[in-house]
Design a protein around this ligand. Structure first.
Ligand code: FAD
Length: 505
């Protein structure tokens, strides 16, 4: 059946906007709707990870983040007197296998503004001040009704697929009747953003303040901004945290009132919740609509970016007729457990702070909790999903991100080369490889890239070197995850045949 749009995106926060631009870049006809007239003008998310920057790179949003952010030098847990008690992470100068620093702090109003401007100049059809009121799924498309909040008129559209990226109180999630699982971290915190009026003398590390009187967080955000977050105790009058006087008292350990201007103080309940389903029929949830976590890991927005990046190439593959709709089931299979880890580990950092604050000696804190802290936790690889055999095989590096190849000049990154992998699947090899005609036809249809790497380039990329110590050929997905490698008796022909059976059905 013909539809007005390939994909409709409800909610143009950072996640919906990223998804809209990724899909436009892949040639899809996108309708994007937000109930507000403009971006949210105050900062919420502050951090973008190496993987976030690598994903943003695909549509040149990396430069927007770089221009409006500062490299994070590290993070640690401190006691009430700000002495280090654990979990130090020293990040200065480190470049990960994604070819970016592990984390940068950005100023969200600046980045969201630039991304919104990009969106308004794109071919995406954007409807602001509109909100979804009703939707119906029939045959292979979604009918939706949206209210124009200015004229009060109802408009209707049809779309092959619909995405709810409409934040924590998602209307799409409610219309789909998707329940949320509560993962049991619900605490009120006051979040304070300030602008420094004097030269910065504060630490350049993010710190978690494990003070039994009041837990806190300090974030050396992008200058001239700084952020503090403090827990509000049960039974405390929340209203008092709206007073500047209380805010001045909370941060007087660091600054006197004449040294800064408060730009925002807000009380948030830090949740940890996960939607029970990320897909129903032709509708999907992503971003905060699908998962919310306390901000201690700095990964909330990154989880949403991973959703958008995972789903956009799959939708494009299906809508161009190269893959069957079943491929889209791998979205929930891959994203839900990963997002769940982020939600649980973020809450775990909050619990670790409480344990450090309550302990007489930090060494008494159980290892199980310490392992959730900085310097210990590692984001998991993908496990089940679109991989050789349906489950990522470790020896093939399947489920891991393939390193981004770089070229350096004077020991500084001069070129990031993800572009050579193209926008589809790629075979990356350290030697020549023969493909039979039948498989070549399948690969041409999918616009495969084939890259034979020279030894010098591999040797100049230590992350890559490690991969090629174990296998000779890698089959890489469009989102740069390894699908499989030639391992034991699994030849490249077998890998390609397995992929064909999984995406064409
Ligand atoms: C205090 C705080 C600190 C945080 N710190 C970090 C951090 O350091 N790092 C990090 O990665 N994350 C952090 N986060 C989380 C991060 O802000 C969110 O994960 C991120 O904003 C989610 O983006 P989103 O696009 O999914 O949702 P949102 O940003 O909430 O956007 C949702 C959009 O949907 C629109 N909308 C809502 N309902 C409708 C409707 N019915 N119809 C149409 N449009 C609708 C809204 O207007 C909005 O534009 C923090 C969050 C908070 C609250």
């Amino acid at each position: 059946m013909l539809s007005d749009f390939d994909v409709t995106i409800i909610g143009l926060g950072p996640v919906g906007s990223f998804a809209a631009l990724l899909m436009e870049n892949r040639g899809l006809k996108v309708l994007a709707i937000d109930r507000d007239i403009d971006i949210y003008s105050l900062p919420r998310a502050v951090s973008i990870s190496d993987q976030g920057l690598r994903m943003a790179q695909e549509i040149d949003l990396d430069q927007i983040y770089i221009k409006n952010s500062t490299e994070v030098s590290g993070a640690e847990f401190v006691d009430k007197d700000l002495n280090r008690i654990g979990g130090t992470l020293d990040l200065k100068g480190f470049i990960t296998s994604n070819a970016w620093p592990p984390m940068r702090f950005f100023h969200q109003p600046y980045t969201d503004r630039a991304i919104r401007d990009r969106l308004m100049q794109s071919s995406v059809t954007v409807l602001l001040e509109h909100e979804i009121t009703e939707m119906k799924q029939e045959d292979d498309l979604v009918s939706l009704w949206v209210k124009d909040n200015k004229s009060r008129k109802i408009k209707s559209f049809t779309s092959r697929y619909l995405i709810g990226s409409d934040g924590g109180s998602s209307a799409v999630r409610n219309l789909l009747n998707i329940k949320q699982e509560d993962l049991n971290y619900n605490r009120d915190w006051v979040v304070i953003d300030i602008e420094l009026l004097k030269p910065n003398q504060l630490t350049d590390k993010a710190i978690q303040i494990c003070d039994s009187e009041r837990l806190g967080t300090f974030i050396p955000a992008h200058l001239p901004f700084r952020r503090w977050e403090f827990m509000i105790h049960e039974g405390e009058d929340k209203e008092q945290f709206n007073s500047d006087e209380i805010i001045h008292r909370l941060i007087n350990k660091w600054l006197s009132p004449s040294e800064y201007k408060i730009i925002r103080k807000a009380i948030y309940q830090f949740h940890s919740v996960l939607a029970s389903k990320f897909r129903i029929g032709n509708c999907f949830l992503m971003g905060d609509a699908a998962h919310q976590n306390p901000p201690f890991m700095g990964e909330g927005l990154m989880s949403g970016y991973r959703d958008a990046y995972n789903l956009s190439w799959k939708l494009a593959c299906v809508l161009k007729g190269n893959c069957s709709d079943e491929l889209l089931d791998s979205y929930e299979l891959e994203r839900k457990p990963h997002a769940k880890f982020v939600v649980e580990n973020s809450a775990g950092i909050g619990e670790l702070m409480e344990a450090y604050a309550d302990a007489k000696d930090p060494n008494d804190v159980p290892e199980e909790l310490v392992s959730k802290g900085y310097g210990s936790f590692v984001l998991p690889d993908l496990d089940e999903g679109l991989f050789y055999g349906g489950k990522a095989i470790k020896e093939m590096f399947a489920g891991q991100l393939f390193p981004q190849i770089i070229k350096k000049k004077n020991n500084i990154i001069h070129e990031r080369l993800d572009g050579i992998l193209g926008e589809s699947f790629a075979i990356v090899s350290n030697q020549k490889i023969e493909i039979n005609d039948n498989q070549q036809e399948f690969m041409d249809q999918l616009n495969f890239s084939y890259i034979e790497l020279e030894e010098d380039l591999i040797n100049a990329n230590p992350w890559l070197q490690r991969f090629f110590e174990f296998n000779r050929h890698y089959l890489i997905r469009p989102d740069r995850y390894v699908y499989g490698a030639d391992f034991k008796n699994i030849t490249i022909e077998k890998l390609i045949e397995d992929l064909r059976s999984r995406i064409t059905f």
